[in-house]
Design a protein around this ligand. Sequence first.
Ligand code: FAD
Length: 325
Amino acid sequence: MKIIELLDKANDTQISYEIIPPKRGSSAHQIMKIVAELVEYEPPFIDVTSHSAQVYYEEMQDGKWRRHVKRKRPGTLGLCAAIKHRYNIEPVPHLLCSGFSREETEDALIELNYLGIQNILALRGDGHEGKHPSPDRSVNAYAVDLVDQVACMNQGHFLEDIIDGTPTDFCVGVAGYPEKHFEAPNLSWDILNLKRKVDAGADYIVTQMFFDNNRYFNFVKKCRDIGITVPIIPGLKVFTSKKQLQSLPSRFFLEIPEALAAEVEEAKPEHVVDIGVEWAYRQAEGLLNSDIPCIHFYIIQKTDVVKKVVGRLRGVKPSATQVAI
Ligand code: FAD
């Protein structure tokens, strides 16, 4: 089922999750265990991140450097198929412009269509900004171009001039940034580009994580003011370690509120998780009180802290029983 239909049908605020595929060479056991643990929380959907190839250099014995291009975390599509067909939960694969040609993207969308996966999150990705693709590669430069490619397939227009193919029926989510995207000169400018994604066919928005709900409410208001009407799902992350005081702002270009930063700074390292859980719980409670369709939790690799927050929201304790995977 499409995410927008799921949200439309739900009687109360839904809670969704995002996971990350394991590194190349690792088994999928741990990540499928995480999915199995989430089943008891009845997620309407689970996002699976995507990772483009990265360049790295290896020093050879003769002192020369060898260039490698490798995807560290493949497996997005396979995990999505397993989530859908083993657990009957709607998976949302992330699709990137960066690192993929339009032809590869079309192939991925055909695979997803055959697997019965109807939802995708369309993203630009990072690392290829400002570089011109080689003449033999057609590449989506911005997320809006990827949304447009999916919208064309939804009308039966494929690449290679197939204009009367069988239309696909994808529901498309896109990213939004309550504290603006790091490249955008200001929030209004960024929101105009967000509107272009919605006008191109995006059905809903998921936000970057934020730790101050006012940022989200201000962002939603600005979006509504310029005519964005689709659901805007807030993304939350549970703060878990002192080093995140620097790593989250530098990686995601967001602010940690003074009160949270001060509390974390004064705490013993082993107490930071409790502070993070309490903060995320209060943030989620505030959001639940303001009539939003869904809250999206970034889990990345561990469920325990998110389960503490969601368990409290739902009034259930996380079960300690083993889950079959
Ligand atoms: P875009 O919407 O293309 O915007 C990028 C920048 O370009 C913005 O500053 C925008 O204002 C500007 N812009 C947009 N259109 C134009 C235009 N036509 N002309 C000029 N400027 C323009 N990254 C991954 O690699 N894998 C993931 O799985 C992943 N998942 C994510 C999930 C969420 C919910 C979020 C919020 C981010 C995720 N990211 C992921 C990170 C994302 O790829 C980066 O933030 C990336 O830098 C921007 O992606 P975007 O889709 O928002 O880009």
